[in-house]
Each structure stands twice: as C-alpha cells, then as structure tokens.
Design a binder for this molecule. Structure first.
Ligand code: CU
Length: 299
C-alpha cells in the first residue's frame, strides 16, 4: 500500500512537470515584443521635434529647419541694418538729415530679394503638402474614431477587428509603461507599409496627433479626414488628442506598436480571437453621434 502510494506520488509529480514543460513550450512568443526595442516618447525639457519615425515627419523636420535658417538670415540682416541706422543716423551723429525719398535700385532690391526668398520657400512647401495628401494605394486602412475619452480602432481589412484603447490610469501603471501615454490596447501596425487612416469622431472634435510620424488631423463628427503614415523602424510611438475635447481630454493618448509584417500577422490572429469576440467597446450607444442629434433637432 505504502509502495503504491509512493508510485502514485511520483506519477503525479511527473505529470505536473510534463504539463509545466508543455505549457512553457506552448506559450506563444509575444508578437508585439519587437516594438519594445525602440521607444519614441517625449522626454523632459525636450526642445526639438521627436526623432522622425516616418518619411513624412523627416520631410516636415527638414522643411522646418530650411525655413528656420532663411528666417534667421532675414532677422539677422534686418537687425544689423536697424542697429547701423540707429547708431550712424541718430540725432547726435547726423544733425542734418538727408531729404532723399526715392532710390530706384534699393526699391528693386527690396522687392526682388523677398520674392526670391518666398519662391524658394513655396517650392518645397507645396511639394510636401502634395506628398502629405497622397494617401493612394495603402497596404491597409484603419478607421480611427475619437470618443470622449478614448480611441477606437477599426481595421477595415480584418473583418470584425474593432477595439477601444484607453489610457492606463496612474495607479495601475506597470513597470515599463509611461504615465499618461501608455494604453490598454495599442494600435498595432506593420512597419515598411503605407497605412491609411480614416479619422472621425463620435461626439466632439478630437485631434489625432502623432508628432513622431508627422500626422495631425482633426477628428470631426460626421466627416472623415484622411491621413497616412509609413513607419520605417519597429518600435513604440506615442501621440495624443490635441483638440480640447472635454474633461478627460488629457486622458486619451495614442500608443502605436509598429512590428515586422510576420509579427503583425501573428498579432492579427491573437486579436481576432480576443478583440472581436469579447466586446471591448463599452456602451458606444450611450454616446450618440451628433449626426443623430442633428437629425433629432431638425425634425
Ligand atoms: Cu479628444
């Protein structure tokens, strides 16, 4: 009897050990792990733009510096000219002022030089506006809906994949999460592909603002604004709602996990199993779209 119970004990131990090993092996790798390798988040005392995570932001950054240097030249030149005039031609230094009123050469110069400056600014500006507006042939489109006070992401190419994204409250932050920026369910995107955003709102004006990706669009109820991005490097990118949208306007950050295509496809499977069956969207009906309210008013 004693011997039998000993064997039974051994068998139970072995089963448990085997079960544990099997569980450890079957635990799938986290498809979003690649996004942890690089975190593009704002930091204290930041002065400049964030590091560009997309070609669009790289171009915005370039144009900003290009115009800034031209402007610095103009401000420097005008400043020096004014200092010279104030010193050389003040009342003490120049007792008898000149009666000169016209000088054709000077007038031609101050017309032509600013015209040339405007022309060299407008060229790259127009080309950037054109580039930003070209959302043709995206790999995929995500409908982004602003709500008071969270975001909703709908993957148009994945049937049923529609989930909400809430900020993690300060008292529930886990190690590695960023206060006021980390969310419960981030937007997951593949790197190296053109992603189009259809941006709208269900209630009031919100702003879909991703500084490191060069995206900034109003989320307007009853209308769809388009933008796009192409994230070049796997990583975690952050944004915020930047339209004052009510009490918790500061509590609807955007967190993007950009991962290689294979990881993105693996995540889609996990997301389809979790996000499309369990409703993560809490009572969306309680916040009727203003289109409906407008229809009520005009009855
Ligand atoms: Cu908002």
């Amino acid at each position: 009897m004693k011997r039998a119970s000993g064997w039974l004990f051994c068998a139970v131990l072995l089963t448990l050990a085997a079960g544990h090993a099997a569980f450890a092996q079957s635990a799938a790798p986290d498809p979003l792990a690649a996004a942890d390798s690089y975190v593009n988040a704002p930091h204290n005392w930041q002065w400049w733009f964030p590091a560009a995570g997309s070609p669009m932001q790289a171009q915005i950054d370039w144009l900003m510096k290009y115009v800034l240097w031209i402007m610095a030249g103009v401000v420097g030149f005008v400043g020096l000219l004014m200092a010279y005039v104030m010193i050389r031609f003040n009342h003490k230094a120049n007792k008898v002022p000149s009666q000169l009123t016209h000088n054709t050469l000077v007038e031609v110069i101050w017309l032509v030089v600013p015209t040339i400056l405007l022309a060299i600014i407008i060229g790259p500006s127009l080309s950037l506006i054109w580039y930003e507006g070209d959302d043709s042939n995206p790999y995929m489109t995500v409908t982004v809906t602003g709500h008071q006070w969270y975001w909703e992401y709908n993957y148009q190419s994945v049937p049923g994949l529609d989930y909400t994204s809430y900020m993690i409250p300060d008292n529930e932050l886990q190690p590695g999460q960023i206060r006021r920026l980390s969310v419960d369910h981030p937007l997951v995107l593949p790197v190296g592909e053109k992603i189009k955003f259809d941006i709208t709102s269900s209630d009031v004006l919100h702003g879909f603002y991703l500084p490191s990706l060069g995206v900034q669009k109003y989320a307007i109820p009853g209308s769809i604004q388009n933008s796009w991005t192409l994230i070049t490097k796997p990583g975690t990118y952050y944004g915020e709602c930047n339209q004052i949208c009510g009490l918790n306007h500061d509590a609807m950050p955007i967190e993007i996990k950009a991962v290689p295509m294979a990881d993105y496809l693996a995540w889609i499977k996990v997301a389809q199993a979790n996000y499309t069956e369990n409703s993560l969207a809490p009572n969306l009906i309680s916040s009727p779209p203003p289109v409906g309210q407008f229809a009520e008013l005009t009855k």
